[in-house]
Design a protein around this ligand. Structure first.
Ligand SMILES: C[S@@+](CC[C@H](N)C(=O)[O-])C[C@H]1O[C@@H](n2cnc3c(N)ncnc32)[C@H](O)[C@@H]1O
Length: 384
């Protein structure tokens, strides 16, 4: 499913003929099926107390593909094939416009391009009053989901059951600060740690949160346990061990490079350092490698150290080392700046351009760290 959606996301950024070509390649039925799945996963929980049927007709000028949503507060949203005879509302879309609206950049679009048809519109007698608020609420739920703007990330964390906001962690404010500029990009995001540990039914909260926050992203999750039940549109879950560099390399070769990698896995210091060394090279320029739960740096049970804070084997030890890598062009190990030595810079020396460390979470910014050291003619000691 995800490769088909990725082809639509690519096409939706392009010219109309590229969108048409993608539509022709996948066929109307497949595109409508993917669009309904995408639209449905973006829905806020319905608030309409009465059950409401809303139809969607997608046309490519030759054929039409129909589906019906069934919405009611407190119940999971259902999708039925075809148009249900009891549809209170029917939305009509041109297939190319729907692709653009769902998967293209918003480009400041303020209103959707659909036709909204109320089943009772042509009646001359007043429709049943008790159904009107529910029809309005269900319509609002559906149309809000097409907006590129999602509720704030903390609210999404709570909604999907991620612990990145509330009680123990206050991370989403930092994520929004760094990720907001990427919001409309077709980012590739990998998170280590799907959640739920041995319970294969449990977890997936943050992956769903990311998929909703980045409407054009391809999201990947890695977990030690089988979490394949959470795979779906734009979301691929892989089983593997974050402490095995060969597995990480194979994963990154198949699904990377990534714009964002987040480590919310075991929080065992050795594992975090292994994953960072294996995956940082697969982060794209302009992207981020994020490490959560830095507090286990101080826990011997996690391979941390509660006495010697300078050891390089903990996450905070790694960050302290990386500060020096960031400044490798200034280092003067044998009396000369290291940029003049023959050795090639390491992956982190060459590719780390920013470090943003907050309480318990670090954002490492990837780029080209080659702006040059301070010139040799600058005095190496105060001369006044
Ligand atoms: C804190 S939970 C992730 C929570 C999730 N990211 C969220 O915010 O909703 C940590 C997950 O890491 C997984 N994990 C533990 N050790 C791992 C390893 N060595 N490799 C991959 N995943 C691991 C656990 O199975 C667990 O599901």
């Amino acid at each position: 499913m995800t490769p088909d959606i990725e082809s639509l996301i690519r096409a939706a950024s392009g010219r109309p003929d590229e969108i048409r070509a993608a539509l022709d390649k996948l066929g109307l039925a497949r595109v409508a099926e993917l669009a309904v799945a995408e639209w449905t996963l973006r829905l806020d929980p319905p608030s309409n107390p009465l059950e409401i049927h809303i139809g969607l007709s997608v046309s490519d000028g030759r054929e039409t593909a129909d589906h019906t949503w069934v919405l009611r507060a407190g119940e999971p949203v259902r999708v039925l094939p075809g148009l249900h005879p009891g549809c209170e509302v029917r939305l009509r879309y041109d297939a190319e416009e729907l692709i653009t609206e769902l998967w293209g950049p918003s480009r400041g679009r303020s209103s959707p391009s659909r036709a909204y048809e109320l089943a009772t519109a042509m009646d001359t007698h007043f429709p049943p009053r008790e159904r009107q608020p529910s029809i309005a609420a269900a319509s609002a739920t559906l149309t809000a989901a097409l907006s590129a703007r999602a509720p704030d990330l903390g609210a999404l964390a709570v909604r999907y059951g991620s612990d990145k906001w509330g009680q123990t962690h206050w991370f989403t404010q930092h994520y929004e600060r760094h990720f907001a500029p990427l919001r409309e990009e077709p980012v590739r995001l990998l998170e280590i740690g799907v959640g739920g540990y041995e319970n294969e039914e449990s977890g997936g909260g943050s992956l769903k949160m990311w998929r909703r926050y980045f409407p054009r992203a391809s999201v990947f999750g890695l977990d030690y346990f089988d979490k394949s039940r959470f795979s779906g549109p734009r979301l691929t879950v892989v089983r593997g061990d974050q402490n095995d560099p060969a597995q990480l390399d194979a994963l990154a070769k198949e699904h990377g490079p990534f714009d964002i990698v987040i480590d919310d896995g075991s929080h065992i210091n050795e594992h975090v350092l292994t994953s960072f060394r294996a995956l940082f090279p697969y982060v794209r320029s302009g992207g981020f490698y994020v490490i959560e739960d830095l507090w286990t740096s101080y826990l011997p049970g996690y391979g941390g150290d509660d006495r010697d804070f300078g050891v390089p084997t903990t996450m905070l030890g790694l960050l302290k080392t990386l500060l020096d890598d960031l400044h490798h062009q200034e280092r003067d190990s044998d009396g000369e700046p290291s940029r003049d030595t023959a050795g090639e810079p390491s992956a982190t020396e060459a590719g780390l351009v920013g470090m943003h460390v907050y309480h318990n979470i670090a954002f490492l910014e990837k780029g080209r760290n080659a702006e040059g050291g301070i010139p040799r003619w600058m005095p190496r000691a105060p001369h006044w």
